[in-house]
Design a binder for this molecule. Structure first.
Ligand code: FES
Ligand code: FES
Length: 190
């Protein structure tokens, strides 16, 4: 009869390779230095380490847009990027866009237009809309832009819907979200 040897975990799996890395970035104007496991996403760094829970975790794999934040002015799904990749970056979350006493124009428009129901998707919708309007201003065409050579994009409702299609709202507040963004963009084209 052969006796089975119990294999210690470190022998079975090899030595732990987990190492924390130092990363320094600016969030909503405040500089933070964190020691993080290299596998921590920016979303988890914001929520679990900096306690900025305005940014939401919906799917955690890039499908819902609830985790959208701005990095150096561009929108990004924070669940799809590792925190340690953002050394020196400027991150803006929903908490950094406005305050209850001084709402960002998009926050005010969402309230005015009733652009939410449960509100879970709203921080991501608003951060995404901020990034999207900057893309339009920069003349970036979308899939529905008819003249991709035009230096000035007309932000029709079709353009808004297409450009915001990465942000899912399970309450289906889409018509009011589009109206809020249209108000801020100053567009009247439907
Ligand atoms: S939580 Fe990041 S896209 Fe859904
Ligand atoms: S308001 Fe509920 S998910 Fe969008």
């Amino acid at each position: 009869m052969t006796s089975k040897r119990v294999v210690p975990a470190e022998e079975a799996w090899g030595p732990s390779t987990t190492t924390d890395y130092s990363v320094c970035f600016v969030v909503n104007g405040v500089k933070h230095r964190l020691m993080l496991d290299a596998r921590v996403t920016l979303l988890d760094a914001l929520r679990e380490h900096l306690h900025l829970t305005g940014t939401k975790k919906g799917c955690d794999h890039g499908q819902c847009g609830a985790c959208t934040v701005l990095i150096n002015g561009r929108r990004i799904n924070s669940c799809l990027t590792l925190a340690v990749m953002h050394e020196g970056d400027e991150v803006v979350t929903i908490e950094g866009l406005g305050s209850p006493a001084a709402l960002h124009p998009l926050q005010a428009a969402f309230v005015e237009r009733d652009g939410f129901q449960c509100g879970y998707c709203t921080p991501g919708q608003i951060c995404s809309a901020v990034g999207m309007l900057a893309e339009v201003k920069a003349g970036w065409p979308s899939h529905v832009t008819t003249d991709v050579a035009t230096p000035e994009i007309t932000l029709t409702d079709a353009e808004i819907r297409e450009r915001m299609s990465g942000n899912i709202c399970r309450c289906a507040a889409y018509p009011n979200i589009v109206a809020a963004i249209r108000d801020v963009a100053g567009g009247t084209r439907r």
